[in-house]
Design a protein around this ligand. Structure first.
Ligand code: ACM
Length: 545
């Protein structure tokens, strides 16, 4: 019996015909584009490898040469659109009895079409060794994303997530036609990448001696005195960068300064204003910040240079969230800066850092993105604001002249509880069900959609200690978010993503992802009554000020 077509995200236009095509009847993958289109060839070989892995099919890649009979043709056609536009990700995919044609004007569109083609195969074709026939339904798809930025953030700082898992998440982003993987690379609890000129980041800031047991607010639970840490070496970063580049996924590296600085200051206490403290073993917001000195600024700029060089995408994230003013309020250095620069409000100290970061990164050909607190003291117009506290900040950021990535905590913080049951494993707070994500309209009423670069979900890892925990938190909510980001509202309304989710779970299962079943956790995923037991404290959305 013919399988029903069930894709996530739903393409903008899809016409199905009766019948199927066995890709085993095709002669080759033809990379049909200008001779210099190395990105196209690279995608063609990637597709060949993926088909081989899951189905055993071996299709060679040829370039524009004559091949007898039907083929799987990847065609670059028309004028190449600018990178990072919805036009760059548009594609057309035709599966007909006479072969497959995937056409786009930019290799990014070919990459998105490959993701759709992979979802047309049986779910078992997503396994790592042959487990399904290479059969796809006859269909004609014309597709283009609604929003330019469709992302997922991995927090490798609170709990280090190993490189192979980062690569897997890049693949999973690709399969869901996301185009951004944001890496949150430092926080109070650890610094996660090598900066050769600052060796104490790897030696000292990359690990902590103990970690809070249970929830940070459950003070009685104490600490587990097992060291936790890890960092990416420069070659690791290069590998992540090229893995993502091949799949047309943009890595957005975040170096979060001047707050969330406990790990930095454990390694280089002279950059702060307070007493020496170790890398933080618990979670929350801490008062330690960089002092506004030239030395601290030099440190930050060195870190931005290092990360901006290795990740060649257009954006670097400067963090900037939750920067307490307490140390600066009593710091003679901050006071002197305020007098020198004519700053009336201590928030201007953060704005001073933000401006210096933006100027430096602009000089590297980069654009800055920061959490919405960068608005509080003011930020250069070209900075993209990632709104997290509440949707009210979308309006504020747009009114202040910024483009926005919208990530409001109640809808896309996937470290929130997924269900109300007592068996859910430990989470920070909140309740963000699959249905809540599915019902979310990412562009608030009255906002000019062209100002919304896109949307992003967050996998903060305070309470996600291992890749399995991250997977449970991410899936299937990430799939639903991908549809929210990609698919136009009318198309979403016509065919609820929730009706396709059951089929999609078979794909997640085939890929070995420890997703959360829709009806609740498997016994081995539950929190139990020990260290992972559910802990509730009331979530209060940040009011807009
Ligand atoms: C954030 O959740 N502090 C960006």
């Amino acid at each position: 019996m013919q399988r029903r077509i069930s894709l996530i995200p739903q393409p903008q236009q899809l016409t199905a015909a009766d019948g199927e095509l066995d890709l085993g009847t095709l002669g080759a993958i033809v990379a049909d584009g200008p001779a210099e289109a190395t990105e196209l060839r690279s995608l063609a070989w990637l597709l060949s490898d993926l088909l081989n892995r899951g189905t055993g099919l071996r299709l060679t890649v040829t370039e524009n040469g004559a091949v007898e009979g039907p083929v799987l043709r990847l065609r670059l056609e028309g004028e190449r659109p600018d990178d990072f536009t919805t036009a760059a990700e548009a594609y057309r995919l035709d599966v007909a009895p006479g072969g497959v044609e995937l056409a786009a004007a930019h290799p990014a569109g070919i990459a998105r079409g490959i993701a759709t083609l992979r979802q047309l195969l049986p779910a078992d074709a997503l396994r790592e060794a042959p487990a399904a026939d290479p059969v796809v339904p006859l269909v004609s798809i014309t597709d283009e994303p609604r929003l330019r930025w469709r992302g997922v953030m991995l927090d490798v700082a609170r709990h280090f997530q190993p490189k192979d898992f980062v690569l897997k998440m890049i693949d999973r982003a690709w399969l869901h036609r996301l185009n951004v993987v944001h890496l949150h690379l430092n926080d109070d609890q650890g610094w996660r990448f090598e900066v050769p000129s600052r060796p104490r980041l790897a030696e000292v800031a990359s690990w902590r001696a103990a970690t809070k047991i249970g929830h940070a607010r459950d003070e009685a639970a104490g600490f587990e005195p097992t060291p936790h840490g890890g960092f990416f070496s420069v070659p690791d970063l290069r590998e992540i960068a090229s893995y993502a580049r091949e799949r047309h996924i943009m890595i957005v590296p975040e170096v979060n300064l001047p707050g969330h600085a406990r790990a930095v200051l454990a390694a280089y206490p002279e950059l702060g204003a307070g007493q020496e403290k170790p890398v933080c073993p618990t979670f929350g917001v801490f008062e330690e910040v960089l002092e506004p000195t030239q030395a601290a600024l030099d440190f930050a700029l060195e870190a931005y240079t290092a990360i901006g060089e290795v990740f060649d995408g257009p954006f670097v994230h400067i963090g900037g969230d939750e920067v307490p003013m307490t140390q600066w309020e009593s710091s003679p250095v901050a006071r002197a800066l305020m007098e020198r620069e004519g700053l009336e409000d201590v928030r201007g100290v953060q704005a001073w850092f933000t401006k210096a970061f933006c100027d430096h990164l602009r000089g590297m050909g980069k654009r800055v993105i920061g959490w919405d607190e960068i608005l509080d003291g003011g930020a250069p117009d070209e900075a993209v604001v990632q709104v997290w506290r509440s949707e009210a900040y979308v309006k504020k950021a747009v009114a202040a002249g910024h483009e926005v990535v919208t990530s409001p905590e109640p809808f896309v913080y996937f470290d929130h509880y997924e269900g109300e049951g007592p068996e859910e494993p430990l989470r920070i707070h909140g309740l963000t069900t699959v249905a809540k994500v599915a019902g979310w309209e990412p562009v608030p009423p009255g906002i000019d959609e062209s100002k919304i670069l896109g949307v992003q979900c967050q996998l903060w890892s305070e309470y996600l200690p291992s890749p399995k925990d991250v997977e449970y938190a991410a899936f299937p909510r990430l799939a639903v978010l991908a549809e929210v980001a990609w698919t136009d509202p009318e198309v979403r309304a016509a065919d609820s993503v929730l009706d396709r989710l059951g089929d999609h779970l078979e794909r997640l299962h085939a890929m070995g992802i420890g997703y959360r079943p829709l009806e609740g956790p498997e016994p081995w995923q539950q929190g139990g009554t020990g260290r992972r037991e559910r802990f509730d404290h009331h979530f209060v959305e940040h009011p807009a000020d």
